[in-house]
Structures are given as structure tokens and as C-alpha cells.
Ligand binder design. Structure first.
Ligand SMILES: Cc1cc2nc3c(=O)[nH]c(=O)nc-3n(C[C@H](O)[C@H](O)[C@H](O)COP(=O)(O)O)c2cc1C
Length: 134
């Protein structure tokens, strides 16, 4: 089973989650600037909420994702709003790309909010999530 992990992370929170997921499934986590291979069975794709939505670069990434990717499992972080998952899911489904039923979400530090998140417990849960998906 070919597994890949990609993320978009402006301040490092989603990147930490990506690293945990990648470690749990024995692959490397890469930013979305690194293309996935056409024979990807499962892509773990991570993003965050910025100004109530997902970043344009994430939208562009999903638009260009090869439709040969068989399934995408989404993980997201945010300070408050949990809608990034739904937005990434919708963008994937609009392209006819299957989205895994299970997704992972945790809080991410933002200014004075949620200091230290994702914390070690969040990262442990992210690794467990990844193992459950595969
Ligand atoms: C420019 C900016 C805008 C943000 N806007 C929101 C927002 O509208 N709603 C929210 O819940 N969190 C918001 N956040 C918090 C981020 O979603 C949170 O810190 C997330 O973990 C960042 O992930 P990253 O470190 O991988 O970039 C914002 C953060 C930044 C830097």
C-alpha cells in the first residue's frame, strides 16, 4: 500500500501533526509543494484554518491532485473553527476523489490561545488515528 503525507502549515502546528502521522505509518511527511506519486493508495492531507477558511494554496493543491490518488484522509488544526475539514473534503469530492470517513482534528496554538498545542497527547492521538485509517 503506497501511503503519502502532505501538509500546508504556516506556523508549524499542522506540520507537527503531519510528522506524527508519518512516523506512525513509516513514511516521511512533506509539504504540499512535493508532488505525490500517481500510484498513491492513501494520502494523509493536512491543513489549517486561516481567516475562517482554507488557504488558496490548499485549494490549488486539491485542484491539481492526480485523480489516481485512491483515497485521502484529512487532518486539520485550528484555534476555534473546525470547518477546514469540511472545506478540504468538499474540494476533494468535487474532483471525484474519495475521502476517508475518519478525519483528525486538534487545536493549534494561535497568539495567546492554546499554548503548546498540538501537545504530546494530540500527537499521540494523531499517530493512533493514522494507524486506524490504514
Ligand atoms: C493568519 C492566521 C489566521 C487564522 N485564522 C483563524 C480562524 O479564522 N479561525 C481559527 O479557528 N483559527 C485561525 N487561525 C489559527 C490557526 O488555524 C491555528 O493556529 C493552526 O493550528 C495553524 O496551523 P499551522 O501552524 O499549521 O499554520 C489563524 C492563524 C493564522 C496564522
Amino acid at each position: 500500500m503506497k501511503i503519502e503525507v502532505r501538509y500546508l502549515s504556516k506556523s508549524g502546528n499542522t506540520a507537527k501533526v503531519a510528522e506524527s502521522i508519518a512516523k506512525a505509518v513509516n513514511v516521511s511527511a512533506e509539504p504540499i509543494t512535493v508532488p505525490v506519486s500517481d500510484d498513491t493508495d492513501l494520502l494523509f492531507l493536512g491543513g489549517a484554518t486561516y481567516a475562517f477558511g482554507i488557504d488558496d494554496k490548499m485549494k490549488q493543491y486539491v485542484s491539481g491532485l492526480p485523480q489516481t490518488v485512491k483515497c485521502v484522509a484529512v487532518f486539520t488544526t485550528s484555534a476555534i473553527v473546525k470547518s477546514a475539514f469540511g472545506q478540504i473534503q468538499q474540494a476533494l469530492e468535487d474532483r471525484g476523489i474519495k475521502v476517508a470517513d475518519r478525519a483528525f482534528y486538534c487545536r493549534g496554538e494561535f497568539r495567546v490561545m492554546h499554548k503548546g498545542r498540538p501537545n504530546s497527547d494530540d500527537l499521540k492521538k494523531a499517530g493512533e488515528f493514522a494507524k486506524t485509517v490504514i
